[in-house]
Every structure is written in structure tokens, then in C-alpha cells.
Design a protein around this ligand. Structure first.
Ligand code: TXA
Ligand code: MG
Length: 310
């Protein structure tokens, strides 16, 4: 814990100087900077090669700090009490006097906000008097990162510091719900939509392939391992990497397991690191066996479908 404290202190120093750093969250690593400062936020877009019109998620420690920037409503309170901190992002209306940099939302009036659960990230936020804008810490459209070493691989020396918090426990990005107007799921993720539905008590819209200009990140090629990927494969070609979620009796070197016992939470946790490993080993294509479309399997399939659009 002592070394964490000194690392958090270092991270704080960089952030106070408007630098952009890698941070651990329970979902994936983030590329964080002061959400109140234009020049800091600009660095995120540049490093990620992210189009300016693709808005960022802002991370808060508490509802008190959020209230300075956003208007909250009853549905938000219900979900917040049940699921935050955790893998859910809310789209809320910005307050007129909010200090959030206009670059975060590309001048739009709605903001994506999240309360991360990772102890080290929370500890860092506790020591700052501003929230952190942080998209996933990967080059735009490429694979997300779940370890400090992955972040280093993506950005090399272009980022000054990565706060190491170990491997992300969930491994897949947060579920995004818009609470401006009728509740609508904009991205499947680490929190199962049926849980959200149960809590709100009514059926919610799911609009994950929207051409809606405020969430362009969902309408494009995304999560790409950089090589072709096929889903629902029963038997792979000899030379391709084969991803499975249940152990098989084989010594074949091209078999990679997301889980040994068909556990979808474990599979989500291992998804990005497995794809990254296969890419590094020099395989030219990837085949994936059918993943059950339930629980976190839905979010895994969502990412695989987008990755297969390479
Ligand atoms: O788990 C996560 O959510 C991670 C960690 C680091 O917190 N962050 C993350 O951020 O996945 P990013 O930027 O890679 O994905 C955010 C998505 C993008 O598709 C973006 O278009 C959408 O959220 N988004 C951001 N602000 C929005 C807004 N105001 N309205 C609608 N969609 C928004
Ligand atoms: Mg991302």
C-alpha cells in the first residue's frame, strides 16, 4: 500500500501539470487528464488519435462533486445507489455553469459520467479537486488495455506515466445508459442490462448501433486486433488462432482459452489480453467458438462483432 501511495502522489503531480497519464479502473485502463482544463483534454484526443467529435467519459469520486457539473434525476439516483461505484456510465445533462472543458463533449450539452470502483483510482480521485476525463487507454479503434504493460505497448514513451493497478477485474468497458429523455442503453458492457432493467422496473431501449452523432464511438469499426476475426467457428483452419471458452483435450498450440469452464465473467476478463497475445504471436487470423449470448457474453459478442469488421 505504501508504494501505491507514492505512485498515486506521482500520478497527482503529472495530472496537476495538465499531463495525460494511464490509470487503472475495474473495467479497462483509462487515459486520464483534468476534465476542467482544455489543454489537458486536448492531449487525450491527440494521443489516442481520436476524432474531436467523439466525447469522453468523466470520472468522479462522489455524487457531491458530480452535482457541480450535471443535473441529476430520480432514475439516476436509483441506479447510482445500486450500481455505483462500478461498471456503469450515465449520460446526464450538463449544468450551464459546469466547469467541464467544452472539448470533452465537443460542445454538446450532455456528459457521460462514471464512478470507478478500482481502489487505486478512487484513492487518486480523492486527492484531486477536479474530475478526470478518461477514455479507454488505447489508440482509437484498436484493442482496449487491461494491464499497465498493455498501455505501455500502445503509447510507448508518448505518455509520461502509467499508474499500475494490476489486471482489470472486469476486463470489458462499462455499460452506457442515457438518462436524458427515455432511458436508453448506448453500449453493452460490464453491467448486465437485465440488472438495470430490474432496478428501473421498466423495459429500457437498447440502441447500440446508433448513427447518433453524439456517440460516434459505437457506430464505427472498433476493438480491432488488426487481423481478420471470425465468430461461431466449430473447426478452425490449421494455421489460425482458435479462441475457446471451455477447455478441450488437445495439445494444439493455436488453442487459446478465455475461460476453462465456460465462465463468462472470466472470459470477459481475459478477452482483450487474449486477443493482444494472439496478435503478438504473429497469427494472421483468429477464429472464435460460439460464445453464449447471455450475461457478460452479450458484451463479449458485441466486441467480437465489431472486431470482426476489420
Ligand atoms: O469502462 C469504461 O467506460 C472505460 C473506463 C476507462 O472508464 N472508458 C471508456 O471510454 O470505455 P471510451 O471513450 O473508450 O468509450 C466511451 C464511449 C464512446 O463510444 C463515446 O462515443 C461514448 O462513450 N460517449 C461519451 N460521451 C458521450 C455522450 N455525452 N453521449 C453519448 N455517448 C457518449
Ligand atoms: Mg474505447
Amino acid at each position: 500500500m505504501k508504494s501505491h501511495q507514492s505512485n498515486i502522489k506521482k500520478a497527482k503531480k503529472y495530472l496537476n501539470n495538465n499531463c495525460c497519464i494511464g490509470v487503472p479502473t475495474e473495467t479497462v485502463y483509462g487515459l486520464a487528464a483534468n476534465a476542467y482544463v482544455d489543454s489537458a483534454v486536448k492531449k487525450i484526443f491527440k494521443l489516442k488519435k481520436r476524432p474531436k467529435n467523439n466525447p469522453l467519459i468523466v470520472h468522479y469520486l462522489s455524487i457531491d462533486s458530480l452535482k457541480k457539473d450535471c443535473l441529476i434525476n430520480d432514475k439516476f439516483m436509483k441506479l447510482y445507489k445500486k450500481f455505483s461505484p462500478g461498471p456503469i456510465t450515465y449520460i446526464l445533462k450538463l449544468k450551464k455553469n459546469s466547469k467541464i472543458s467544452k472539448k470533452v463533449t465537443n460542445n454538446h450539452k450532455n456528459l457521460a459520467v462514471r464512478f470507478p470502483k478500482h481502489a487505486i483510482f478512487k484513492n487518486l480521485l480523492k486527492q484531486l479537486d477536479y474530475p478526470l476525463a478518461a477514455p479507454s487507454a488505447n489508440i482509437a479503434t484498436k484493442l482496449s488495455t487491461v494491464r499497465a504493460a498493455d498501455v505501455k505497448e500502445e503509447f510507448g514513451n508518448k505518455i509520461k506515466y502509467i499508474l499500475d493497478g494490476g489486471k482489470c477485474s472486469i476486463g470489458i468497458e462499462s455499460t452506457i445508459i442515457s438518462l436524458v429523455g427515455k432511458p436508453t442503453i448506448l453500449r453493452l458492457g460490464g453491467l448486465d442490462v437485465s440488472e438495470i432493467q430490474k432496478t428501473l422496473g421498466s423495459k429500457i431501449n437498447v440502441d447500440i448501433n446508433s448513427k447518433n452523432k453524439t456517440a460516434p464511438g459505437q457506430s464505427r469499426l472498433h476493438y480491432s486486433p488488426g487481423i481478420p476475426l471470425k465468430m461461431n467457428v466449430i473447426k478452425p483452419e490449421n494455421e489460425e488462432a482458435f479462441i475457446l471458452i471451455k477447455k478441450r483435450k488437445t495439445k494444439l498450440k493455436n488453442y487459446f482459452y478465455l475461460s476453462t469452464k465456460n465462465n463468462l465473467n472470466e472470459a470477459a476478463k481475459n478477452l482483450y489480453s487474449c486477443l493482444r497475445k494472439i496478435k503478438k504471436k504473429g497469427y494472421k487470423s483468429i477464429a472464435v467458438e460460439k460464445i453464449p449470448d447471455k450475461g457478460l457474453g452479450k458484451a463479449i459478442n458485441d466486441r467480437l462483432i465489431r472486431a470482426s469488421k476489420y
